[in-house]
Design a protein around this ligand. Structure first.
Ligand SMILES: [Fe+2]
Ligand SMILES: [Fe+2]
Length: 374
């Protein structure tokens, strides 16, 4: 009896896979065996493990003391807290379902897929945390749900990134259904999703956390909420953001990744500018109608936005295209008590910024790019 080679549907199990020694992160050959033998992206795998090991639960914190505080605090504090929670809850709701959904049809690395699924799982904890905060902090959570959805400024703050996400979503599923080729254009749309997610996590979420922690520090109120959101902020700052950078760095080492960066560079600059601008507008809104934060001015908060955006601009080496002030010194010292900033910054200096930029600076000499030790 002769043994016939079995071919299974390639998108489900790719029996003909020949790139186990170099699986591209997106849009490579479809996946076959889940592979931990060829660890091609050790940094990505490490971040996946870190996140997996620091898993936590939204009900670790007792929010009941916040119920009375929301009833008795002044109206401006109440409004600033609720408006900030509104955006955070909405943005993490988006993150909790879009990351794995958009990348499922196109991710072709076992390591990267593990990381993105773990991050998606982590975003579920984040979204559930906001939901539990609201459920436990108010007598009529349904009313607050409507109040939260009615903050139009929070929704418009999500506009820039959700549009990039939506384009990537459509491209990804068109590709899955063989309605579009595996070409550079398809690649670029997914690449821009990864950049958009980085902007949301590094610029927008950090801006939002600064308001929450400013309220907690300035008023002494809402400490359990502060503690829970601190966990979220650390997940984002120490893992998600680093993960996004690591993926982009790995992509840049490939022909298509480098072409994507070159072709999308202006779009990236535009997105960083637009996201930053929308954060500045939000900050003006947050500090309008008499709302204020003890010890933090509206300008300090905007400088924090610029400081966060500067990190993204430097990562891509696009500072010269930025329409906002480049700020390298942290204007909100209290954030260092809430985030492990020095730890991350130190490793950034060694790994991130310089390395991505080295490649960028040498982009005219393609052969040399691969000589650079990433
Ligand atoms: Fe999150
Ligand atoms: Fe995140």
């Amino acid at each position: 009896m002769t043994q016939e080679t079995q071919h299974l549907p390639a998108k489900i199990f790719n029996t003909g896979k020949s790139d186990y020694d170099f699986p591209e992160i997106i849009l490579g050959q479809d996946l076959g065996l889940f592979d931990t033998i060829n660890k091609f992206y050790p940094e990505i795998w490490k971040l996946y493990k870190t996140l997996k090991n620091q898993d936590w639960d939204e009900n670790e914190f007792d929010y009941s003391s916040c119920n009375v505080q929301f009833k008795t605090c002044d109206k401006h504090t109440y409004d600033m807290m609720v408006k900030t929670l509104a955006w955070q809850w909405e943005a993490d709701s988006v993150a909790s379902r879009s990351i794995a959904a958009i990348l499922a049809p196109v991710c072709t690395s076992s390591e990267a897929w593990s990381g993105w699924v773990e991050i998606t799982k982590n975003e579920i904890v984040h979204a559930a945390t906001y939901s539990e905060i609201v459920r436990n902090s108010f007598d009529n959570p349904d009313d607050i749900l409507n109040e939260i959805l009615s903050v139009q400024e929070a929704l418009s703050r999500l506009k820039v990134v959700t549009e990039v996400f939506n384009t990537a979503f459509e491209v990804s599923y068109d590709y899955a259904r063989d309605r579009r080729p595996n070409d550079q254009e398809t690649y670029n749309a997914i690449y821009m999703f990864i950049v958009g997610l980085l902007c949301m996590e590094r610029i927008q979420f950090m801006a939002s956390f600064a308001v929450t922690f400013g309220i907690c520090d300035g008023t002494g109120l809402f400490q359990p909420i502060g503690k829970a959101i601190q966990k979220i902020a650390q997940d984002e700052f120490e893992v998600h953001v680093q993960y996004g950078k690591e993926v982009l760095r790995a992509m840049y080492k490939t022909d298509r990744g480098r072409t994507a960066f070159e072709q999308c560079k202006d779009k990236i600059a535009q997105m960083v500018n637009e996201v930053t601008q929308s954060e500045v507008e939000w900050t003006d809104y947050a500090f309008s109608e008499g709302r204020e934060l003890t010890g933090v001015t509206c300008q300090m908060m905007k400088d924090w936005v610029y400081f966060s955006a500067t990190d993204v601009a430097r990562f891509f080496g696009i500072e010269d295209q930025m329409e906002f002030p480049i700020i390298d010194e942290n204007p909100l010292k209290y954030m260092e008590n809430w985030l492990n900033m020095s730890k991350v910054q130190a490793s950034n200096q060694e790994e991130d910024t310089a390395q991505y930029k080295v490649g960028v600076m040498k982009r005219d000499d393609h052969d040399e790019v691969f000589d650079v030790d990433f």
